[in-house]
Unconditional design. Sequence first.
Lengths: 123, 127
Amino acid sequence: MSYLTDLKRAVGHGSAREGTRRHWAMTKSSVALLILLPFFVFTFGPMLGQPHAEVVAYFARPFPAIVAGLFIVVGFMHFKTGIQMVIEDYVHGTMREYVVILTTCLSYGAAAVGLFALAKIAL
Amino acid sequence: MADVNRGNRPLSPHLTVYRPQLTSMTSIFTRITGVAMLLAGLLIVWWFLAAATSPEYFATVDGLITSVLGDLIMTLSVLALWYHALAGLRHLIWDSGRALDVETSEKLGVAMMILSVVLTILTVLIV
């Protein structure tokens, strides 16, 4: 026999009215990525395998650089939330927390490296 | 009464009780493609970093990304990208309250698979 009431058990674990926050974040970033996707694929794609000087000159231009920067940042933030949902489904216990921290750091890190490289090319 | 079966409840996802279906497989592949694109994402960021560093470093990374293995990874990633994008679009349609019945969902699933292959071929031809 437990003396805890159902209300006591539910408090702190229940709806904080934030349940849809990640869903809404994924909705917004997915719409942004759908718009950015063709622009990124057809600006970045042709530059693969090109000479270094040409690549640097191309990404020093505003449009390709801004498209690449947006795609990398929004893409990795979309990945950060998406991979966390996957991890929370399949990984349990303390390991879940380690893996979520790792993927979160990786997402921010990759976005930062991409932005740094683009800034260095553009300036 | 409130303590019955505490901590011993079946937890989702309990996928093993289901027979594979078109709707579940297209959903699983949305996840797989999303996770798999991490490799291409990191390669692209590395490529940009190399371009920002020096012509020699760029030649190394660009050579790697356009090698046979690199081409294979990038082409499969383009397929994953279009598939994942179309799957996301299907989710946006579902979120608007449309196309939620099984028949339409399966039709959209088949359309996603065909269209992602077509878009991948187009991308490889254009790029």
